[in-house]
Ligand binder design. Structure first.
Ligand code: BG6
Length: 464
């Protein structure tokens, strides 16, 4: 069959995961506790079906089998994260040699199987010892993070060439300090701003350390969840509302990471409402001098926005939503399981924006996928889950990605979220996202879904 959508040579095909979501073994071999282990102990009812991070999909013990499944699903690359609290149980100080050994084995096994490792340093999993002193609110944690990053670069940098400092750094800000879905689940805009600011500094510091470490052929980036912000109409009030949402949710990390500066409009807005973070001399220089080589883009859904209809309640906590209302566009396509809109063209729009306004930075799609409940009902007689909706979801996004590449966007790869069904924060195993299913009732038995076989073909043909 002729290939209509052919991707550039050397395109990275694969999937993305994170340590806490797949490893399990949360108390084994000297791993320290992170905020998820702790929070689950405190409030197990917060987690769907009461399932916590202690077991997850058991990648810690089954990584060899999983890497074979990656091969069977066409991966030439794979993103995973290092668990900070596994590597340095106290967050700072002594390194856990068993963790070094584990990540060495994973990296070697990937490389031996022709799969390029993409390594992320932080995926929502703050070591509890550091959270006790305030986590990202505490400036000292920036140095702890930079030391952790240095250890990772020095230990694994001989083989790992693609590095990322953070995955979706805005999510712990939103979840932990605004909307109550991550620990420490407080609602406080000023603290949220400080956490976001310290995360940007920690990122820049890690980039600086990376450059000093001088990893041969190494590149470093950050992974951001970009949500193109569409106004309800071209009315100036709607457009302004969409711009403000864009400033808060995209540009607050995108601009400092790629351009080395904060958007002036964002600074002005925070100043007007007296929410500027505490800063120190040299901070802005650090950010300016340490921009990324590479950007990971997670894309799931757009944001649709309209001008505020009612004046904000002066007694309610200050929130970004003070400046806009969400807009439920009539007729939009939804993934009803997750409540997220499906808008394939969004991936194209955001990439064109990177080309036009961010120097056509080298980028890749680092997550994109669809979470579905109750997939067991699609299992056929041979035992395979027929997830045609996932194939359609990926295919339609890839078409827009292909168009962006044809128009000159510098995209180097596509990683689906996620490799196998995994534990997902407070949603635990509610929504399944994997190419490979994981049966929790049968000792985490893995079976490749139809989408996994389809993806293998796409990867092997470098198109479809
Ligand atoms: C991404 C995160 O934003 O969304 C993942 O990087 C997460 O860690 C994924 O699992 C899906 O989210 P959820 O809540 O539907 O599982």
């Amino acid at each position: 069959m002729a290939i209509k959508y052919k991707f550039p040579e050397g395109f990275w095909w694969g999937s993305a995961t994170s340590a806490t979501q797949i490893e399990g073994a949360s108390r084994e071999d000297g791993k320290g506790i992170n905020i998820w282990d702790y929070w689950y102990e405190q409030e197990p009812n917060r987690f769907f079906d009461g399932i916590g991070p202690e077991k997850t999909s058991d990648f810690y013990h089954r990584y060899k089998e999983d890497i074979q499944l990656m091969k069977e699903t066409g991966h030439n690359s794979f993103r995973f994260s290092i668990s900070w609290s596994r590597l340095i149980p106290g967050g700072t100080g002594k390194v856990n040699e068993k963790a070094v050994d584990f990540y060495n084995r994973v990296i070697d096994e990937l490389i031996q199987n022709g799969i390029e490792p993409f390594v992320n340093l932080f995926h929502f999993d703050m070591p509890m010892e550091l959270q006790k002193i305030g986590g990202w609110e505490n400036r000292k944690v920036i140095d702890s993070y930079a030391s952790y990053a240095k250890i990772c670069f020095e230990t694994f940098g001989d083989r790992v060439k693609k590095w990322f400092t953070f995955n979706e750094p805005i999510v712990p800000v939103e979840g932990g300090y605004l909307y109550d879905f991550h620990y420490p689940n407080v609602v406080d805009f000023q603290r949220a701003v400080q956490v976001a600011y310290h995360t940007v500094l920690a990122h820049a510091k890690a980039v600086q350390v990376f450059r000093k470490t001088n990893i041969k052929d190494g590149k470093i980036g950050i992974i951001l969840n970009l949500t193109p912000s569409y106004p309800r109409s071209q009315h100036p009030a709607d457009v302004k509302a969409a711009n403000i949402a864009d400033l808060f949710f995209n540009r607050s990390f995108l601009d400092p990471a790629v351009k080395g500066v904060y958007p002036a409009e964002l600074v002005e807005l925070l100043k007007t409402y007296s929410f500027l973070p505490k800063t120190e001399e040299g901070d802005l220089k650090l950010i300016r001098e340490n921009t990324v080589d590479l950007l990971g883009v997670n894309y799931y859904q757009p944001r649709r926005v309209k001008a505020k209809e009612n004046l904000p309640n002066p007694y309610a906590p200050f929130m970004p939503e003070r400046f806009f209302d969400d807009y439920e566009m009539p007729g939009r396509k939804m993934n009803r399981h997750r409540g997220w809109e499906i808008y394939e063209k969004g991936i194209y729009d955001l990439l064109i924006n990177l080309k036009e306004n961010y120097g056509n930075i080298e980028c890749y799609i680092s997550e994109n996928g669809i979470g579905v409940e109750g997939e067991e009902k699609f299992r056929n007689e041979e035992g395979m889950i027929e997830d045609d909706y996932r194939i359609e979801f990926i295919r339609e996004h890839l078409k827009w990605l292909h168009k962006a590449i044809r128009e000159g966007v510098n995209v180097k790869g596509y990683h689906m979220w996620t490799f196998m069904d995994n534990w997902s924060w407070t949603n635990a195993y509610k929504n399944r996202y994997g190419f490979v299913s994981v049966n929790l009732d049968k000792d985490c038995e893995r079976t490749i879904k139809k989408s996994g076989y389809w993806f293998k073909q796409v990867a092997e043909q470098n198109g479809f």
